[in-house]
Design a binder for this molecule. Structure first.
Ligand SMILES: O=C(O)CCC(=O)C(=O)O
Length: 234
């Protein structure tokens, strides 16, 4: 299980609930580039032809290898108008985003991917998992919610890549009990048990801090729901 080290650096407000685990610097910059490039590749391939063409026109002259190994991480994202971000319904939880359920990673195209993913695998609380990619536009946000208890199990791991964002945790029983955590690129967090079921989480819209102005990719990993855990928590 992950340590709770460096909490004081990341905790912007409030007390971090137990069952929240955080490592601010889990992935190196080169691992972050590889993961972000692979995630963008998967989402881009699933997008519409019209936007694929837009991206092709906008893409810099850098070839893929140069983009992965040399460009600053933020430059792996194209401008916001190159992506078909969904506004989300007015009553929806996520605004200005695209997402997909990931069935396989493009390991053949990205040589550094397997070692980065196996490091991640080594900290997962259990191994029967589902993976989601969630790409937030520069003005994207996620409103407070508890993940659907019938769609996944007792823990949620988030990898943050790209622009910094603040994660807010709010106790369902006591809305005054709030904690805010800065999620830098390369960080990972796990919400398990009490925090997964009894706290709402949200990703705040961009604010004024220096690294917070751009797009963010999260790789969300959840355990597949086992039938007995459903009876315990529903
Ligand atoms: O992007 C994140 O870190 C959180 C995503 C989220 O709230 C969710 O997928 O339910």
């Amino acid at each position: 299980m992950l340590s709770r080290r460096l909490f004081s650096l990341a905790n912007l407000r409030g007390t971090i609930p137990s069952d929240f685990h955080f490592v601010p610097d889990f992935f190196s910059v080169s691992e972050q580039r590889t993961l972000l490039s692979a995630a963008l590749e998967r989402l881009d391939a699933a997008g519409s032809r019209r936007f694929q063409k837009r991206r092709k026109n906008s893409r810099s002259k850098l070839n893929t290898a140069a983009a992965i190994y040399e460009a600053p991480l933020s430059e792996l994202f194209l401008p916001d108008d190159c992506y078909e971000f969904l506004q989300g319904h007015y009553d929806g939880v996520i605004h200005n985003y695209r997402e997909m359920h990931l069935t396989s990673w493009p390991t053949a195209e990205f040589p550094g991917l397997v070692p980065a993913l196996s490091r991640l695998q080594s900290v997962l609380p259990s191994s029967n998992i589902q993976t989601h990619l969630l790409h937030l536009a520069s003005d994207g946000e996620i409103l407070p919610h508890v993940d659907n208890v019938s769609a996944s199990g007792r823990w949620i791991l988030g990898v943050s890549l790209g622009s910094d964002r603040i994660l807010r945790l709010e106790s369902c029983a006591n809305p005054d009990e709030v904690a805010e955590i800065l999620l830098p690129s390369g960080s990972i967090y796990i919400q398990s048990d009490t925090v997964r079921y009894q706290y709402k989480h949200s990703i705040l819209r961009n604010s004024a801090f220096a690294n917070g102005a751009g797009q963010r990719m999260s790789i969300m990993i959840r355990d597949v729901l086992e039938h007995h855990s459903h009876t315990n928590h529903s």
